[in-house]
Design a binder for this molecule. Structure first.
Ligand SMILES: *[C@@H]1O[C@H](CO)[C@@H](O)[C@H](O)[C@H]1NC(C)=O
Length: 388
């Protein structure tokens, strides 16, 4: 007969617990790894019979085969692919990336993004839509540092990055053209010289243009294919819009917007039905076309920075506690919100730092000063409770 001392019993129990935890950890690691392996396989091995035939000579770079699948509501990806490709007349002069800015503060990150697309040798056109008064000679051209910076950045965009400058009018006739709120993303639909355009919401950083080039090149022309706001595809977001410009759609949007003031998001949600006006699930499954920086906080063990950077086309800065990457955030503020996972944190910090550097290189601008807004009393209380 064996008698266990209480010490042995608790030892046995605790080693049992350790064993179970180790097993759980192992299993979750295994599942994660399998998932990563599967998504990697999906990313590097598209189910194509052979490399894509180029329907017409394509300006450099050749599209990355990993992304090169036709987009749009095609239920059977591989069926009739070659025919679909053959029918595609790729004219890069009719495909473009558009940045619409309505406030001078947004101009630098718009120019940065178009500059990064230029640097990535995207063959599509780069277009900048901005309020017409920015280039109108005022009666008294007294010294105005803001206006000088605006004009300097417009010149940089055109001369250094070959950006097409498109002044726009307010969406509602007779609206005050000096107010940012008078302008709308609906103006994208006026760019009828283009067959398809992509609008990305800034501020963000481009990691890989080829995924977006492929989306632009191999999609069907539809009035609207928007990035879904949530994975359940119940709403559209304006993070990424793939648009076929048409005067008729513009007229409808202008009419809705003239009837009552509303945000672009509300205007588009009211005007386009989901899920028909969303980018297809299948197009999204090839990788992270858009990744919101705040999601890096959800990264769990097994997050791999290399894999992330290879599979992500564009990161939008979206951390709600801070106003944006244009601002100089005190170290302790950043430390409080940065991701806990080591690899994800390095990516997150690297993105903010790269944005800061590009801002200086492209726009010659330093970070803006930011002072943290005072918290509401109830809000700080609820934070305390959560901390406990
Ligand atoms: C991340 O993935 C890359 C490529 O698959 C691999 O070479 C690297 O070792 C991984 N890094 C870590 C920390 O697991």
């Amino acid at each position: 007969m064996m008698l266990l001392t209480s010490g042995q019993v608790s030892m046995a129990i605790s080693s049992g617990i350790v064993f179970i935890f180790t097993l759980v950890l192992f299993l979750s690691g295994y599942v994660l790894q399998q998932r990563t392996v599967h998504s990697l396989q999906a990313a590097i091995k598209p189910r194509l019979p052979k490399p894509l035939p180029a329907p017409e000579p394509i300006a450099p770079p050749a599209l990355n085969v990993k992304w090169a699948r036709p987009m749009g509501g095609r239920p059977e990806p591989d069926e009739g692919l070659e025919q679909f490709m053959a029918e595609q007349k790729l004219n890069w002069n009719q495909l473009g990336y558009v940045q619409m800015v309505r406030d001078p503060e947004e101009l630098c990150s718009a120019v940065m993004l178009l500059g990064d697309l230029h640097g990535a040798r995207s063959p599509a056109k780069k277009i900048l839509l901005f309020p017409r008064p920015w280039v109108k000679e005022a009666e008294d051209e007294s010294w105005d540092p803001q206006r000088d910076t605006t004009r300097r950045l417009l010149r940089t965009a055109a001369l250094r990055y070959g950006v097409v400058l498109m002044p726009m009018k307010p969406i509602v006739d007779g609206a005050d053209d000096s107010l940012p709120s008078s302008y709308s993303l609906a103006s994208l639909y006026l760019l009828t010289d283009y067959e398809r355009i992509i609008s990305l919401q800034g501020p963000g950083l481009l990691l890989d243009a080829s995924a977006l080039d492929s989306l632009l090149a191999f999609s069907k022309s539809e009035p609207m294919a928007a990035y879904p706001a949530t994975p359940d595809r119940k709403d559209l977001s304006t993070n990424l819009l793939l648009v076929h410009p048409s005067a008729e759609t513009y007229r409808q949007l202008k009419e809705s917007r003239s009837s009552q003031p509303m945000t672009d998001l509300d205007l588009f949600r009211q005007s386009f039905s989901v899920p028909e006006s969303l980018i297809s699930q299948w197009s999204l499954s090839i990788g992270n076309l858009i990744y919101e920086s705040t999601r890096l906080r959800d990264a769990i063990d097994g997050f791999n920075a290399t894999v992330f950077e290879e599979a992500t086309a564009y990161v939008r800065f979206s951390d709600p506690e801070i106003p944006g990457p244009e601002y100089d955030i005190p170290y302790f503020e950043k430390a409080a919100i940065r991701p806990k996972n080591n690899e994800a944190r390095a990516v997150w910090e690297g993105l903010y730092e790269k944005f800061r550097q590009r801002r200086m290189e492209v726009c010659g601008l330093d970070l803006e000063v930011w002072s943290k807004p005072m918290l509401e009393p109830e809000m700080s209380e609820s934070n305390d409770v959560e901390d406990l």
